[in-house]
Design a protein around this ligand. Structure first.
Ligand code: ADP
Ligand code: MG
Length: 238
């Protein structure tokens, strides 16, 4: 589970067409990176998939079902934000449990999922701390933990590492890649950072002014950029 298909999806804000109609197929279990310069529509596209924005045209299918009319909660996806959006007054355990409490899961199931997420993210020793007592990297892990316990069919990341310093970013990239290897759940990862795209993606979607310039593996884009924009952005010598 975790196949996402965009059919003629477009977004306008008032008169401005931010995303002209586009098609995109994301396979189950793929790590897909949306990359492009600031303002090109990456976040908007991710928010359309999450259901945080309504499409102006087109349909979004999740595992073959038309999800376009569904609220974010009904889509079975989990978004990890750039700002940690943790509750400062709650322990790590309570922060991670929050979406499960909202969903009314029983205590035993909550505990099982928290323990699994904490183990996967090396947070076992930090469950009783508050977010303010954690490092930036640990806080980002808690935010990911809160997504994991929902057992989503896909994770949506919007520039999750942009608040971290360079050294920490490298470590967190590896952790997210490892998490993907372990969970084998579809991940869509938005970044303006070419290095993140090239090192993390199974499939890169290069965006420019709301349009998809090219879709391909890092190697395909590097070896065979379709145009000067892709070549310049990915850094290959065309
Ligand atoms: P990115 O994430 O790639 O930096 P965004 O998706 O945030 O780009 O924005 C794409 C374009 O859409 C920008 O020109 C931005 O100003 C515009 N935009 C985004 N959200 C809104 C909104 N709610 N209302 C009007 N314009 C918006
Ligand atoms: Mg953005």
């Amino acid at each position: 589970m975790g196949r996402i298909t965009l059919e003629g999806v477009a977004k306008r804000f008032g008169e401005t067409e931010v995303i002209p109609p586009l098609n995109l197929d994301i396979e189950d279990g793929e790590f897909v990176v949306f990359v492009g310069p600031s303002g090109c529509g990456k976040s908007t596209l991710l928010r359309l998939i999450a259901g945080l924005e309504d499409v102006s045209d087109g349909r979004i299918l999740i595992d073959g079902v038309d999800a376009t009319p569904l609220s974010p909660a009904k889509r079975g996806l989990a978004m990890v934000f750039q700002s940690y959006a943790l509750y400062p007054h709650m322990s790590v355990r309570k922060n991670i449990a929050f979406p499960m409490r909202m969903a009314g899961l029983d205590e035993a199931e909550q505990k099982r999922r928290i323990d699994n997420a904490a183990k996967a993210l090396n947070l076992t020793d930090y469950l009783d701390r508050r977010p303010g007592q954690l490092s930036g990297g640990q806080r980002q892990r808690v935010a990911i933990g809160r997504a994991i316990v929902r057992e989503p069919s896909a994770f949506l990341f919007d520039e999750p590492l942009s608040n971290l310093d360079a050294a920490l970013r490298v470590g967190m990239r590896l952790e997210i890649s490892e998490l993907h290897n372990r969970l084998k759940t579809t991940m869509i990862y938005v970044t303006h950072d070419q290095v993140e795209a090239m090192t993390m993606a199974d499939k890169i979607v290069v965006l420019h002014a709301g349009r998809i310039e090219q879709v391909g593996s890092p190697l395909e884009l590097y070896r065979n950029p379709r145009n000067v924009f892709v070549a310049g952005f990915i850094g290959s010598p065309k």
